[in-house]
Write a protein that binds this ligand. Structure first.
Ligand code: CAA
Length: 259
């Protein structure tokens, strides 16, 4: 069945797919259907050998303005528990290929949290980031208190979570939340460019490197170093390692095959 709230663009650059969130009238508010469609699309692309990197965007006005408030407003705690809406987020967390967020306009609440599930973030000058759940009488529920704090530190995270203040793209860049800021008309193009640069690498090395960087958030330095070393050694079982090193010695560009 065709998804209703996302659009999938294949091969926007070699080995790069692009998923666009597409509920523009609701500023891409993340309802359950959209999140289910996004999870399914990401899983398919994760298993697709013609894709090495995925770009995730909204539109110029909004990446996503958060979880769908209208869908949540009347729910009880038991409804929330039984719906288990964050299980889709857990599935997205398990995507092995790098995901690059292309953000313009609002990235709020669940929108900011979804963006932080991505591995690199390219933002337009008009991007605004925030965790405004406190203004709704709740708090972030999809990782905002944890990932934002790890990304920008306690001081700014506390201010954003406790007051709901939005920060600008310039502030987000300075705080280390995002990778780069570009003029609005270029945000998608630049994200695809970054994706294409990344997609030129060995897809196996990309997955293992992503896995090792993310391990930082779950483990001690000693265990993280151990994990890194195992992945590093494991890559010597790949043809891509032989090709990458031989190409360096031969002074030519490598041709990675993902084997
Ligand atoms: N859920 C549902 N609908 C939303 C929405 C959301 N998160 N954000 C915007 N919309 C809807 C609006 O209700 C409006 O719909 P109608 O035209 O039918 O009234 C439409 O999108 C356009 O929005 P606005 O008219 O409000 O646009 P604006 O430019 O005046 O304001 C905004 C933009 C500041 C982003 C404002 O829409 C806003 O504050 N949105 C809510 C942001 C928010 O609180 N997000 C957190 C949600 S909770 C969450 O995400 C929990 C979690 O951790 C997972």
């Amino acid at each position: 069945m065709q998804p209703e709230f996302i659009i999938i663009h294949q091969q926007v650059a070699p080995f790069v797919a692009h998923i666009q969130l597409n509920r523009p009238k609701e500023l891409n508010a993340l309802n359950l259907q959209l999140m289910g469609e996004l999870r399914d699309a990401l899983k398919l692309l994760d298993a697709d050998d013609t894709v090495r990197v995925i770009v995730l965007s909204g539109n110029e006005k909004a990446f996503a303005a958060g979880a769908d408030i209208k869908q949540m407003a009347g729910k009880s705690a038991m409804d929330m528990y039984n719906t288990d809406q964050f299980s889709t987020w857990d599935a997205i967390k398990k995507i092995k290929k790098p995901i690059i967020a292309a953000v313009s306009g609002f990235a709020l609440g669940g929108g900011c949290e979804l963006m932080m599930l991505c591995d690199m973030i390219v933002a337009s000058e008009t991007a605004r980031f925030g965790q405004p759940e406190i203004k709704l009488g709740v708090m972030p529920g999809a990782g905002g208190t944890q990932r934002l704090t790890r990304a920008v530190g306690k001081a700014l995270a506390m201010e954003m979570v406790l007051t709901g203040r939005f920060i600008t793209a310039a502030e987000a860049l300075q705080a280390g939340l995002i990778n780069r800021v570009v003029p609005e008309e270029l945000f998608l193009q630049e994200a695809i460019k970054l994706a294409a640069t990344t997609a030129a690498m060995s897809p196996i090395a990309l997955k293992m490197a992503k896995e090792a960087v993310l391990k930082t958030f779950d483990t001690s330095l000693e265990e993280g170093l151990h994990f890194e070393r195992k992945n590093f050694y494991l890559l010597f079982a790949s043809e891509d390692q032989k090709e990458g090193m031989q190409a360096f010695i031969d002074k030519r560009a490598p041709e990675f095959k993902g084997k």
